[in-house]
Write a protein that binds this ligand. Structure first.
Ligand SMILES: [Zn+2]
Length: 360
């Protein structure tokens, strides 16, 4: 399994295209307007397996949070390479979306080219205002410092701990990581209009999923929860049909932030629920597969450091490279142990999704 994973975006893309071709997939590559960290061209690549008129489709997505694409890409390449593609149940098809945020993947960022967390950007901006997060303004000043050093980082950790003590864990997490639409230079910024990835995924859904009556979306993420454990975070309404289908298909791994069952805060505007909206009135079961890496303190600090780096620092300086290693370790523990925990589980979840879709 380890050979399916890659050390950088360009290698991941090459492996994905090669494996998709060998599996007999129909491939489309959508160019991104900017270049990657090594000057390479960037794309969101698609692989379609199975009949184009299938009424049940499993969609997998990697790289929504850029750097988390190391995990998702490895899972997609493995799925294409290990013979699963030839075993789709009758009446089902698969759409693999590789690098929904290719800029963030290549540059080793969780966010995109606009410093946006695209998983906070899939709001229906035409009909609703972005959700307000007034508490973010209280923390923004010290989450986005002028300079960066070990001392500054330790100071931020102390202030975060004090803030958690003051307002409680749930409110503090919601304020800091829940998403904000007011500070473009801040962390977990969701934007005020659809970003490139939002527009691109919408066009993909409208082109490829128009005929589907039943869809499952699995979006591969990392950085939350116990090391190597795969949590399935579902943001469907507590009493909804998609949530009960998810529980039937995936069992106890499913958690619902709306029911207080996840460490993840309530988040509006995530990509997979965007696909559900684009595909209405199809029945869409949408879930993140969220794999734990390091402690939440370390993960959060790596995002804050990376935000400072791209706002005020130099990516190619020694400090910049140190921060790049830090954020990479936080979202992709490059170890056989970690991959051995999460990769077989991803295969199992995709099989469960296909079986659920095929059962109707
Ligand atoms: Zn993520």
């Amino acid at each position: 399994m380890h050979q399916h994973f890659s050390p950088d975006y360009a290698t991941a893309r090459r492996k994905f295209l090669k494996a998709a071709k060998a599996a007999g997939a129909a491939i489309e590559s959508i160019p991104h307007p900017l270049k990657g960290i090594a000057g390479e061209d960037l794309f969101t690549d698609l692989a379609w397996l199975g009949p184009r008129d299938a009424s049940a489709v499993l969609v997998t997505v990697s790289g929504t949070h850029g750097i988390e694409g190391y995990y998702g890409s490895g899972c997609q390449v493995g799925w294409l390479s290990d013979g699963h593609a030839a075993q789709l149940p009758a009446g089902t098809a698969m759409l693999l979306i590789h690098a929904s945020n290719p800029y963030g993947f290549s540059w080793g960022r969780r966010v995109n080219e606009d410093n946006m967390d695209i998983n906070r950007n899939f709001i229906d901006f035409g009909t609703s205002a972005p959700p307000a997060n007034p508490a973010y303004a209280e923390v923004h000043g010290w989450l986005v410092p002028d300079d960066w050093s070990g001392e500054v980082a330790a100071g931020i950790q102390r202030r975060i701990a004090a803030y958690y003590d003051k307002v409680g864990a749930r409110a503090a997490t919601a304020a800091i990581v829940g998403g904000q639409h007011s500070h473009p230079d801040g962390v977990f910024y969701g934007g005020t209009a659809p970003c490139w990835s939002h527009r691109t995924v919408k066009a993909i859904a409208e082109t490829y999923l128009r005929q589907a009556a039943r869809i499952c979306v699995l979006d591969f993420h990392t950085g939350l929860g116990p090391f190597g454990y795969s949590e399935m975070i579902c943001r469907h309404a507590p009493d909804s049909e998609p949530l009960s289908l998810a529980r039937r298909w995936f069992g106890d791994a499913v958690t619902s932030p709306a029911m207080g069952q996840s460490d993840s805060p309530i988040i509006e505007g995530n990509l997979r629920m965007g696909i559900a909206r684009f595909c209405a009135p199809a029945t869409v079961v949408a879930s993140a597969i969220e794999v734990g890496t390091l402690s939440s303190d370390e993960v959060r600090l790596s995002v804050i450091a990376d935000n400072w780096l791209h706002l005020r620092g130099d990516v190619f300086s020694p400090l910049g490279q140190q921060i790049k290693r830090q954020i990479r370790a936080a979202f992709y523990p490059d170890s056989d142990e970690w991959r051995s925990l999460c990769y077989p589980r991803a295969v199992e979840i995709q099989r469960q999704a296909l079986a659920g879709l095929a059962a109707g």
